[in-house]
Ligand binder design. Structure first.
Ligand SMILES: [Zn+2]
Length: 299
């Protein structure tokens, strides 16, 4: 889970640029122009509702501003995105690409496990068409995150709300809620495994705790983070072994080999932080055994 800066665009300008790309002969052009004021009003509510964790109260379509002709207006807004915002020939494509590259190759939902390949509608455009081209609702996402968790739709309760990478509460990004244990192989001649889990701060509300639990499950972070950690375990164990051979103490190994990775992590719930937590706990708890490990498997 990685914080991204909110895209810095004036929504009115984005709508105008999009309208500019519609031929005068298209009747959708007039309808969108007429509805611009409603789009701006809806968007005004979006950011604070996400930040306050109440976006789930926005019933899809029921809250929709144009109840008289929901279907046609919904179609207009979906088309606005697919036909007039995304195509490479349109001026708005620059905005699409800028938002995508703002992630710098790290999908914010899985915290950089995947590479963002497209923009995800945080509130799906099928249910919330009025946000189809609203930059705050367009979030870079890797394929796994987009096809997995985000496919399930939208929150119907406070607990179900996905954490929003641009707008959600700081605590989700600044306080650690993901950690892991390391379970060594019983024969100590094979690499062990990592078990990631949620350990939210005890002073959080029950709703916030439920949200991170759900988020962790939805995005399958336990298995995705464990896979990442396992792939870098051998090199970490090699460094530990080298220090043991030199006669370093467990505390010296933690300070010199593991703690620097925690300190250098790009954010607090990065997969590597959990891996380091797990190895530190393991080294502390198994001091006697570890001194006798051959660690042959990591040579
Ligand atoms: Zn992802």
């Amino acid at each position: 889970m990685k914080r991204l800066a909110k895209p810095n665009y004036d929504f009115g300008d984005v709508i105008d640029l999009c309208i500019d790309g519609i031929a005068n002969t298209q009747s959708i052009k007039m309808r969108i122009t007429t509805n611009k004021v409603n789009l701006l009003l809806d968007a005004n509510l979006y950011d604070s509702a996400i930040n306050q964790g109440v976006i789930y109260t926005y019933s899809p379509l029921i809250r929709f501003h144009d109840k008289m002709c929901i279907r046609s207006t919904k179609d207009d807004y979906e088309k606005l995105y697919t036909q007039y915002f995304v195509p490479t020939a349109k001026k708005t494509r620059v905005i699409y690409d800028e938002i995508l590259t703002s992630a710098k190759g790290d999908c914010p939902f899985c915290g950089g496990i995947g590479d963002p390949t497209n923009l995800d509608h945080f509130l799906p455009k099928a249910e919330y068409p009025q946000f189809s081209i609203y930059p705050s609702n367009l979030v870079p996402s890797c394929r796994d995150c987009n096809m997995g968790a985000k496919k399930v739709g939208y929150a119907k309760s406070a607990e179900e709300q996905t954490i929003h990478p641009y707008l959600d509460k700081q605590i989700f990004f600044e306080e650690q809620w993901i950690t892991a244990d390391y379970i060594a192989d019983s024969n100590l001649d094979q690499p062990g495994e990592f078990r990631y889990y949620v350990n939210a701060p005890s002073n959080w509300t029950d709703i916030d705790k439920a949200r991170v639990e759900k988020y962790f499950d939805d995005f399958k972070l336990a298995s995705r983070y464990a896979k990442q950690a396992t792939s870098s375990l051998k090199s970490k164990l090699r460094s530990i072994k080298r220090e043991l051979d030199r006669g370093s103490s467990i505390q010296e190994i933690i300070d010199d080999v593991i703690q620097p990775d925690i300190d250098g992590a790009p954010f607090v719930n990065y997969w590597e932080v959990g891996m380091c937590d797990a190895l530190i706990n393991y080294l502390h708890s198994e001091q006697r055994k570890i001194k006798n490990i051959s660690l042959d498997f990591c040579v």
